[in-house]
Design a protein around this ligand. Sequence first.
Ligand SMILES: [Zn+2]
Length: 57
Amino acid sequence: MKCPNCQSFYCVKNGHNPEGKQKYLCKKCRASFDAFRDHFTYWSHLNYEQWNLLIQI
Ligand SMILES: [Zn+2]
């Protein structure tokens, strides 16, 4: 599993999201991402309101 943020392969499984999909955590840049999407579902340093803002843009 390659990190979509820093392109490293230092990624470990990090539980599942509420939809039951596998989540991964990059041990290099500490980003969390969803393995089944080609973009981040969230960043560890963004909260829900910030994501809503991004989506609206
Ligand atoms: Zn990374």
